[in-house]
Design a protein around this ligand. Structure first.
Ligand SMILES: Nc1ncnc2c1ncn2[C@@H]1O[C@H](COP(=O)(O)OP(=O)(O)OP(=O)(O)O)[C@@H](O)[C@H]1O
Length: 321
């Protein structure tokens, strides 16, 4: 393995390099490599059984890797565990609290084991997760969402560089999911912390993350920026899908059929629309060919594939949202 400084991007807070986990001869996680950068919220997305929990447990140093390594701020989880792990805050399973103690006393209990954590820091993390009003209540009276947020507060106490959460919205109702999403975004922004969060829900990831790392059967499928779909595909060589709304649909089809550069993907007769796959640079030629045949053109629109369409393609049709 190279020295981490040779392989880490400048601002990579967390880097996985060829991480694998073998159990009973089966590779549950297979050669995973990806980075999480400063202040980013990254989603680890995959269908049930894809290997998300196993990956997260390896990152947090809870189980050993079979191959590869994880670097946190350049320190190896394998070789410099203590140094690496202090940059990580994690909630892997449901966080355990003393139910008959108040939220505040639970955090004070944690502080007793980590004496350098200040009272001010406790107040700060409580504010970050919006539990100021609930601090004097016993944890047994907390909702699941409040317990999760108390868990996040505790994980933030030691000012980690990266927060790792395994399916933090599991079991929450829609309002709780939304609340959790808002808190996580605030935490990333205000603490400047990176967040890696796993989920099998694409929609949830699209709303929370700036990038998603998609895995299936333990393997990396793709890494995608959210919002990439909205960027213009103005690279000349790129294939795009363009919807032409035209008059005289049948004639327009014949013109396009005669063009090698364009493939008709779909015809919507009622709307008088043709969905055509072609290269970006060929759009003017196709418009000119339609114009030369005196076909009225009312609209030319690029049609983006949604991330969901893409996800279905990557994972072979396993719908996950
Ligand atoms: N200790 C183990 N022994 C044997 N197989 C295991 C073990 N831990 C996980 N697996 C298997 O490895 C695969 C990946 O499991 P993992 O829990 O990491 O997936 P996941 O993506 O988190 O799924 P889910 O969303 O269902 O929790 C599954 O097929 C699981 O059955």
């Amino acid at each position: 393995m190279n020295h981490p400084n040779d392989i880490l991007g400048d601002d990579a807070v967390l880097s996985l390099r060829g991480v694998s986990k073998k159990i009973g001869g089966k590779k549950i996680v297979d050669q995973l490599s990806f980075d999480v950068h400063e202040g980013e919220v990254v989603g680890l997305l995959g269908p049930n059984g894809a290997g998300k929990t196993t990956t997260i447990r390896m990152i947090a140093g809870l189980i050993q890797m079979s191959e590869g390594d994880v670097f946190v701020r350049g320190s190896s989880i394998r070789h410099e565990w203590k140094k690496a792990i202090r940059h990580i805050g994690a909630i892997i399973e449901n966080p355990e609290f003393y139910p008959y103690m108040t939220g505040y006393d639970n955090l004070k209990q944690y502080q007793r084991m980590n004496e350098w954590i200040s009272n001010d820091r406790i107040d700060e993390v409580v504010r970050l997760v919006g539990l100021e009003q609930a601090m004097k209540k016993k944890v047994k009276a907390y909702s699941l969402g409040m317990r999760q947020r108390l868990g996040i507060a505790q994980a933030l106490l030691h000012q980690p560089s990266v927060l790792i959460l395994d399916e933090p919205t599991n079991g929450l109702d829609p309002a709780g999911i939304r609340e959790m999403r808002d808190y996580l975004k605030t935490i990333a922004r205000e603490e400047g912390i990176s967040i890696l969060v796993s989920s099998h829900l694409l929609l949830e990831m699209e709303q929370l993350c700036s990038r998603v790392v998609v895995i299936q059967d333990g393997k990396l499928v793709t890494v995608r920026s959210i919002g990439e779909n909205n960027a213009p595909s103005n690279e000349e060589k790129n294939f795009v899908r363009v919807m032409f709304r035209v008059g005289r649909l049948e004639e327009a089809k014949n013109v396009l059929d005669s063009q090698e550069k364009a493939d008709i993907v779909q015809v919507a007769e009622e709307q008088s629309e043709l969905l055509v796959a072609l290269r970006y640079k060929d759009i003017p030629d196709i418009v000119a060919a339609l114009g030369a045949a005196r076909i009225p053109i009312y609209q030319v629109t690029e049609i983006k594939q949604s991330l969901e369409d893409e996800f279905l393609k990557w994972t072979g049709g396993n719908r996950i949202a």
